[in-house]
Design a protein around this ligand. Structure first.
Ligand code: NAD
Length: 489
């Protein structure tokens, strides 16, 4: 029997979609339905907003911060227990290789613990004023938060949003992409077991133009925390304008991963190849542009080619598999279309580029793909492909590498490899990206603020200031004298 997640989680209850539907979720490894999933519509979002608003005004607002922290910790521990199952479900739904999914999902509990640790440390400041007048600031949760997440890493993106919102004292409605919603509904089960008051956490999967758009325009939602594409973010700004709600945006990337000739080449190749093809290229932080200094260029292209041969593309639940399929059919088509664009624009296809057949022919599998002699003005170097396609771009001088890295509308992440510490510091400080790794790549923790420059986003998630985006600052000024001069005397 097809496993079923056919109810929405609203106000602490499992309810059937009122104006939504139940759809089949496709296993990208087989191209066949594997689960049934509830999809909410505008009416369901309205119900969730009512529930979240009542919970915000009611119990959640009055629970002491340390108790809120304790509830998040309890949730984190339950999440830790269930992480192996969550990883398996994410693998089924998104096609992510189980070895990768386990590593990712296995870390989320620690993330929730980090947010719990911030929940009761929301401190204000005292401000210098005149004698007899005292001023201080307090932080106040913004209200109901709409968390809208993409199909590629639903649990990680939900974790960053839900953890922060709850720690800040907000209530939350999570709307995952309808393409990969199973694990978000499973997360709702954990929230239910953790014992949050009804309405504090609500989960309503749904289509963007229906459920998502309703959240953006709903006056009862104070803030949208969004991870997804720039096109959707721009649309949200227009749709949300009338309500003047707050937005945090985590958007796309086209990271430059720079290999200088003096680097530790073995380590750099390990980092550059794994961060080109991880999750079948479907992660915003990946190094999809590899910039290589001329003296080592041929050697790096060759090393990529050799490594490509070793990537085991296969069924994602197989422990031996390195790389699973693309998460959905449209993404597969998009990736293959960029392979054609790369060839037409004159880049050299070194390896890959094809959909895989044989035992994998029903799924959305594509070979890890390498383009060499790429110029930064080619579309494969400028646009986000979101597939396992790496563009290797040559450069001569340090200045040129910086110019190429920054010549992008995006500015999410970047990396550079060099044994020259001076250069490491110098170049890292001139790269226009929210996260720059020197002699490392994709090293990411709860304590490291994450987000983009330029078209890669607004605001930061994680880090010790993460809660600020979910809170308002109230400044209180108190006079000890009670004296106020007559302005008209
Ligand atoms: P998307 O923008 O198409 O969809 C993201 C979410 O927005 C989905 O839940 C979707 O249903 C919803 N949505 C779509 N239209 C909407 C609308 N009009 N109103 C409200 N909600 C709407 O993005 P995607 O294809 O799901 O995800 C891929 C994108 O996400 C890539 O650009 C990737 O770089 C980005 N991403 C960024 C990060 C990061 O941390 N910066 C992490 C993961 C993914």
């Amino acid at each position: 029997m097809t496993p079923s997640w056919d109810k929405l989680y609203i106000a602490g209850e499992w309810v059937a979609p009122e104006d939504g539907a139940v759809i089949e979720s496709i296993d990208p490894a087989t191209g066949r339905p594997w689960a049934r999933v509830a999809i909410g519509g505008a009416c369901d979002i309205d119900k969730a907003v009512t529930a979240a608003s009542e919970a915000f005004a009611g119990p959640w607002r009055h629970i002491p911060a340390w108790e809120r922290a304790q509830l998040i910790r309890r949730f984190a521990e339950l999440y830790r227990e269930k992480a192996p199952r969550l990883a398996e479900l994410e693998t089924r739904d998104c096609g992510r290789a189980i070895r990768e999914a386990r590593m990712d999902v296995g870390a989320h509990a620690q993330w929730y613990h980090w947010f719990a640790s911030l929940a009761d440390k929301s401190e204000g400041r005292t401000l210098p004023l005149d004698e007899g007048v005292h001023a201080f600031t307090t932080k106040v949760p913004v209200g109901v938060v709409g968390a809208i997440t993409p199909w590629n890493v639903p649990l990680l993106t939900a974790c960053w949003k839900i953890g922060t919102a709850l720690a800040a004292g907000c209530t939350v409605i999570l709307k995952p992409s309808e393409l990969t919603a199973v694990t978000s509904l499973e997360l709702a089960r954990i929230a239910d077991e953790a014992g949050f008051p009804p309405g504090v956490v609500n989960v309503v999967p749904g289509a963007g133009p229906a459920a998502g758009a309703r959240m953006v325009e709903h006056p009862g939602i104070a803030k949208i925390s969004f991870t997804g594409s720039g096109a959707t973010a721009r649309r949200m700004l227009r749709d949300g304008a009338d309500t003047l709600k707050r937005f945090t945006f985590e958007l796309g990337g086209k990271a430059a991963h720079i290999l200088f000739a003096d680097c530790d080449l073995d380590a750099a190749i390990n980092a550059a190849t794994s961060s080109a093809w991880a999750h079948c290229g479907q992660a915003c932080a990946l190094g999809s542009r590899v910039l290589v200094q001329r003296p080592i260029y041929a050697q790096v292209v060759e090393a990529f080619r050799a490594r490509q041969q070793r990537v085991r593309v296969g069924m994602p639940l197989d422990e031996a598999t390195h790389m699973g399929p693309q998460a959905h059919e449209a993404q597969l088509a998009k990736t293959l279309s960029y392979v054609e664009i790369g060839k037409q624009d004159g880049a050299e296809l070194v390896a890959g580029g094809e959909r895989l057949g044989g035992a994998l022919s029903d799924g959305y599998f594509v070979a890890p793909t390498i383009f060499a002699e790429v110029r930064n003005d080619m579309r494969i170097a400028r646009e986000e492909i979101f597939g396992p396609v790496v563009s290797i771009i040559p450069f001569d001088e340090e200045e040129e590498a910086i110019a190429i890295a920054n010549d992008s509308e995006f500015g999410l992440t970047a990396g550079l490899w060099t044994r020259d510490l001076g250069r490491g510091l110098r170049v890292s400080q001139r790269i226009e990206a929210g996260m720059v790794w020197v002699n490392s790549y994709r090293y990411l923790r709860w304590s490291t603020p994450y987000g983009g420059f330029k078209a890669s986003g607004w605001g930061r998630e994680n880090g010790s200031d993460a809660l600020d985006a979910y809170q308002e600052i109230r400044t209180t000024v108190m006079s000890a004298t009670g004296h106020f001069a007559d302005a008209y005397g």
